[in-house]
Design a protein around this ligand. Structure first.
Ligand code: GLY
Length: 577
């Protein structure tokens, strides 16, 4: 049923210099969709994502009567066209869904290792672990999961016609879209790196000339792949021409993914990780993500401290956040992996009793020390290129999606003739059994590459509720920082009761056990306060930016949706009706 709504802050799509996407066919005129690169309030449906056309694609599905799952699919596919650094059909991710009756579920479409995978697969001919093989080779590519994940979500929970959800991305790829300043800069920086990957070079530059702001980016091969997905659903990716083209590229480059690997890929429905924080319900992603488990563990620890009384952005609260992070990331390194292959103690890690054991180990004003000998694990390197988007429909169904190619533009490999980039997600497996050293390499057993295992992730798509009512849909890119960015979003909402725009804009910090240093966004606190934190024993560093949290909140007083694109991303946009 289509319902009319009004919105408060409206900028017409045309005023942003953007072309509109066509909604699915309907006899009833759909309400007009507004899109802004700022906060948007609406009592209809809402999408907030990393590119305006993608937010519009989802919002138009909502306006035409589709539900939040439908809109999430349309948005995700459109991002695969407009946000090639992280939006994808050649990667994978997670979707957390909360239904209007308060129940929830999660769709796992994380990439998996090919059948030939084994724990020593990232060792070179010299017998040494090879970063190059692990992160930047055809062996770094995992079997993609995104299309299977969207197909499963649609089959189980979608409302609208599948073809109508894919059509906007067909049109965006075939007819093109306007290149933003951010995208032009990003593609410009990639031109030289793409020289070794002819299909990427051809698709993302004009014979080596970078695209400029205002240019139209056309992607004909991608449009043809999207058409196959539109017409054949999951099979349009995992069988037939698309699968053949992908497998041929693997063979050419020495990769191991075969047509059999693709045909066997299955997205999985999983029980979300559920926790509570001061009366709020926290619904997040279970393994193979570490995100939901670590988030709930940290919140349980913080629940025993007067965080609100400490106040925001000062040495005392930073110290307590860091100490909660340190302990959760130690446990992440020890225990977290694909729970279909390893015994992951999620229940214990997320229990209030475990937090009660942890809390007394935190000194009021003195840093603990991260001891590598505690566990055979540590890692510093992890990409920050992933993307998160949030969707809520008029009935209150909420969808939180984080998906990724791992590195920016993944493996840099575009499948010739198919027009989509492949991930380098195998880099999220540990490099080699027992390989742990001070530089941050990691070798614990649970997260080693094995046939069809999914690599450990930090993605933390999360939904907050209270007393049966939806409160917020949140998440972020940023490798391991994702979990801590989401922690800040929860603490800012619950403890500091900030307005939605401030929840997202407030500065963040990150600590991941090892390396044993805290990294604060510039402006998190004054340099003098940074010295106070350092005097407690923390190594303090500063960074320009942490995370990009495209979120939706529900205004507790009016019930309106408040979409907040993270101001750290100039392309982020809220679209609603
Ligand atoms: N590749 C980033 C993550 O999955 O956390």
């Amino acid at each position: 049923m289509i319902r009319r709504h009004f919105f408060l802050h409206v900028t017409a799509l045309a005023a942003l210099g953007l072309g509109a996407c066509r909604p699915p066919e309907s006899d009833v005129p759909a309400p007009e969709v507004a899109v802004v690169r700022d906060v948007l309030a609406s009592d209809g449906g809402m999408v907030v994502s990393a590119y305006p056309e993608a937010s519009v694609a989802g919002a138009e599905v909502l306006a035409a009567g589709g539900n939040a799952v439908d809109a999430a699919i349309a948005t995700g596919l459109a991002l695969a066209v407009t946000h090639p650094a992280a939006g994808n059909i050649g990667g994978g991710g997670f979707m957390v869904i909360r239904f209007p009756d308060g129940s929830s579920t999660a769709i796992d479409f994380r990439e998996k290792a090919p059948l030939r995978a084994h724990p020593e697969m990232f060792v070179g001919e010299d017998g040494e672990y090879s970063y190059q093989i692990h992160h930047r080779s055809h062996l770094a590519v995992g079997v993609p999961g995104t299309v299977a994940g969207f197909a499963l979500a649609h089959e189980k929970y979608g409302n609208a016609e599948w073809a109508g959800l894919v059509e906007p991305s067909v049109a965006l790829a075939r007819d093109g879209f306007v290149v933003s300043e951010r995208l032009a800069g990003s593609l410009g920086r990639m031109v030289d790196r793409f020289r070794d990957y002819p299909a990427s070079y051809a698709q993302f530059s004009r014979d080596g000339e970078p695209y400029e702001v205002g240019d139209t980016l056309l992607q004909a091969d991608l449009a043809a792949t999207m058409e196959r997905i539109r017409d054949e659903g999951r099979d349009g990716f995992y069988l037939g021409m698309t699968a053949r083209l992908l497998a041929e590229e693997m063979e050419r480059g020495g990769g191991w993914i075969t047509e059999e690997d693709l045909a066997r890929y299955e997205a999985k429905e999983r029980e979300p990780v559920r926790g509570t924080y001061r009366g709020y319900d926290v619904i997040s992603m279970p393994p193979p993500s570490s995100g939901g488990t670590a988030l709930v563990q940290m919140l349980n620890v913080l629940e025993g401290f007067d965080v609100a009384g400490m106040g925001a952005g000062n040495p005392e609260v930073a110290h307590h956040l860091i100490e909660a992070m340190r302990r959760a990331f130690r446990d992440r390194a020890m225990f977290l992996a694909d729970s279909d292959f390893a015994d992951v103690p999620v229940e214990r890690l997320t229990s209030k009793a475990y937090a009660d054991e942890i809390r007394p180990t935190i000194q009021p004003a003195a840093a603990s020390v991260s001891a590598p000998a505690d566990v055979d694990a540590a890692a510093d390197w992890e990409s920050s290129e992933t993307t998160h988007y949030s969707v809520v429909d008029a009935d209150g169904m909420a969808v939180s999606v984080t998906y990724t190619l791992e590195g920016g533009y993944g493996s840099y490999i575009t499948v010739p003739g198919a027009g989509f980039l492949l991930n380098n997600e195998m880099g999220d497996f540990n490099g080699r059994p027992g390989l742990t050293n001070e530089s941050g390499l990691i070798g614990t057993d649970a997260n080693l590459a094995r046939p069809e295992q999914r690599m450990l992730s930090s993605m933390t798509p999360t939904i907050l509720a209270r007393d049966g009512e939806l409160v917020a849909v949140i998440g972020s890119p940023g490798g391991r920082t994702i979990i801590n960015t989401v922690l800040h979003l929860v603490v800012n909402t619950v403890d500091f009761a900030l307005a939605p725009a401030d929840v997202v804009a407030a500065k963040r910090l990150h600590h991941q056990w090892l390396p044993d240093r805290a990294r604060l966004e510039n402006g998190y606190m004054s340099e003098a306060d940074g010295d106070v934190l350092a005097a407690m024993g923390h190594e303090v560093g500063w960074t320009g930016s942490q995370g990009i949290a495209h979120c939706i909140f529900v205004d507790g007083a009016t019930g309106e949706l408040v979409g907040v694109p993270d101001p750290r991303d100039s392309d982020g946009a809220a679209a609603g009706y």
